[in-house]
Ligand binder design. Sequence first.
Ligand code: GDP
Ligand code: IMO
Ligand code: MG
Length: 424
Amino acid sequence: MSVTVLVGSQWGDEGKGKIVDILSEKYRIVTRYQGGANAGHTVEIGDKQYILHLIPSGILREGVVCVIGNGVVVDPAALLEEIRILKENGISVDGRLFISHNAHLIMPYHKLLDSISESGNKKIGTTGRGIGPCYIDKFARKGIRIVDLLNKDVLERKIRENLEEKNALLEKVYGQEKLDVDEIINEYLQFDKEIDPYITDVPLYLNNAIAEGKSILLEGAQGAMLDVDYGTYPYVTSSNPTAGGASTGTGIPPTKITSVFGIVKAYTTRVGNGPFPTELTDEEGEKLRKEGAEFGATTGRPRRCGWFDAFLVRYSVMINGVESVAITKLDVLSKFDKIKVCVGYELNGKKVKSFPSDVERLNKVKPIYETLDGWNVDITGCKTYDELPHKTKEYLDFISKEANFKIEIISVGPKRRQTILMNG
Ligand code: GDP
Ligand code: IMO
Ligand code: MG
């Protein structure tokens, strides 16, 4: 029986969706624990591509039960749309999808406030899905939760109370039009009818499942460097994608978590603003974006690209307690004659001892690079580690030593079959 947390170890988009899909063959339950529809997890099966935003990627494996934990912020419109798309593709969520009473609801004013705060001159580059404003209300103890959908009077009262404050803010501070309270109440009463069947006591469900010996995979969204506590604050998301979030976001106690698995992209990408020491703004960065098809799965924005940052991943491995990892998108590096790896940072001529916690310093650091030979061979058809070119193995060996992880899975393409399992 295993309870495994799967975390993105960089700035998101490491290929979590693909690896959750691969691993979920061996798990009975897959649970999301934080974030919301800001996530875009891609799974390719045959000629079909699915992009999941809220529903765990395990939904594509028959028999796997999917759970949305209390740490997630749920946009009911996005959720229902995702359920509809899955149904259209012959995938039913009935009896296989459970949502926590305690998860918070994204409201129309959250999305509006997200876009207003992004229109100023201090842009984070958010996905515009209302994530930050929803978590603000959660921590200000004003949020509306899934459980509130079950009581019409409570739901109506809470929407009215919130709207009073939000409308004053919209009108007086931002000079916007007021939102229609009755329209929102009616919209959410309608959602209630559709979402009710999925609402479950998630901590009880998951803890019972563990007691029965069922294996659970906890699917992180975003990545450790977007964590509100450990990431490149303030250029982060508003939740805890790091492994600790898996416990608070589901009701599974830390003592029941058996391992932490990292997803590591063979190079680095970032969407949105914020420091990125190994970013390449030249034609090599362009080549990485083209070869890796690096465009956001949620917003379609081009992703910023750069060399692998072993110093950053080493920090990520430490704060998450990552034991082993899946290296993804290794095939993307196949067309580079020389590949650089950042092994540390220099600031004002001195080597930096630990990962800087403030963006002011992080914006000024200079990466210290080691240059490795590329392999210049198409590896997308390799089925075993032995089939990989010698230079590819050298690259893997180098980054695993520098960032301090053990490699369990190597991904050489987006498809299920383009996956090398180190233990057979
Ligand atoms: P996630 O948010 O971590 O699930 O990652 P995304 O789905 O946003 O982005 C990863 C992208 O890379 C998706 O388009 C995947 O289909 C694709 N992908 C995943 N693994 C590989 C791989 O090993 N090689 C290549 N070329 N593409 C991959
Ligand atoms: P997955 O799960 C990459 C980034 C946004 C922005 C910052 C804050 O697919 O890896 P938010 O909308 O969360 O308030 O935006 O975080 N971001 C992501 N970047 N992958 C994601 O998810 C992301 N989710 C949010 O671009 O910089
Ligand atoms: Mg993504």
